[in-house]
Design a protein around this ligand. Structure first.
Ligand code: SF4
Length: 297
């Protein structure tokens, strides 16, 4: 089977992965466990950056995330971000669900300072899909409790002086994460998050991810390809309107921007981030100055 290729989305963003092996974090919802999933090739960080250079000025943002947790090998993640900040002229995002050791903060701060000096962003995202029931979803003991990861969002803000994103992704059905649990997660993370991200739930048509999550989605959802990953197979695109609305209205009550896709969040930060205040330079976030192109209302 062919490896996945890097795709430039309509906002000029490319999601990259350090690749290497099937991710040992073993999250129940993760599409890498779907039959036929096409992985990115395993390559050195410098090699990935060389490939990204070929997108030229069409490239506006690189998101280090992909099909394996990027900070399993912090040295490779930091090398990639350092190389990208030196060779590419675009915004950089990284995501993690691990706690990054303190010794990696000075090189990350250097990358942040380099990015901001040339008018570009470094954005730190922390993935937390649930509050009380996270162990049902994130099965590896390497993943810390949500409260610890929320503190890390705060450290990204204060120590790295970068905008942050809580990635409450994907938004899961109420039988997996109740609306009350989303309330606890969003209220805890909002003070340390510049933006909150959700994501549409993609399930494989073979039912593997449903079995892993202990759910069954019977009403005929939309079947489609992914727009953000190069994958030959089709997916069930699950419409969880009520859950998404619950999270969106929680965020609105807290005046915290909420998006299903990262690109509008990046655009909002591009327009309004104030590094001195460590916040968006907006008196009120709602109505959102940058709409979410994925929210259908
Ligand atoms: S950490 Fe990320 S890549 Fe790894 S299993 Fe979880 S969702 Fe998938």
């Amino acid at each position: 089977m062919d490896h996945a290729k890097y795709l430039l989305d309509r906002g000029g963003k490319v999601v990259v992965s350090l690749g290497g092996a099937r991710c040992p974090i073993n999250c129940a919802h993760c599409y890498v466990f779907a039959p036929g999933f096409q992985f990115f090739p395993s390559r050195e960080p410098e090699h990935i950056v060389r490939d990204l250079e070929s997108f030229g000025s069409a490239l506006t943002a690189v998101y280090l995330s992909g099909d394996i947790e990027p900070f399993l090998e912090p040295q490779a993640a930091v090398t990639f971000l350092a190389e990208a900040s030196q060779k590419l002229d675009c915004d950089l995002l990284f995501t993690t669900r691990l706690i990054i050791e303190h010794r990696w903060f000075p090189p990350l701060r250097e990358i942040a300072d380099r990015q901001f000096a040339k008018g570009r962003l470094l954005v730190g995202c922390v993935s937390i899909p649930a509050w009380d029931s996270y162990r049902r979803i994130e099965r590896s003991r390497r993943v810390a409790a949500p409260a610890e990861r929320v503190q890390q969002l705060g450290r990204f803000l204060t120590d790295l002086r970068i905008p942050t994103m809580l990635a409450a992704r994907p938004i899961l059905p109420a039988e997996v994460v109740s609306p009350a649990e989303y309330g606890r997660l969003i209220r805890a993370a909002a003070p340390h998050s510049t933006v909150v991200l959700g994501e549409t739930l993609f399930l494989d048509t073979d039912g593997v991810l449903e079995r892993r999550l202990g759910i069954s989605v019977e009403d005929s959802p939309e079947i489609a390809k992914m727009s953000f990953f190069d994958q030959e197979r089709e997916w069930k695109v699950v419409d969880l309107r009520e859950q998404v609305d619950t999270v969106a209205s929680l965020c609105q009550k807290l005046d915290k921007p909420f998006y299903l896709r990262s690109m509008p969040g990046i655009e909002l930060i591009r327009g309004y981030w104030d590094r001195d205040r460590l916040d968006l330079n907006l008196a009120s976030t709602y109505p959102l100055p940058v709409p979410d192109f994925e929210m259908k209302h």
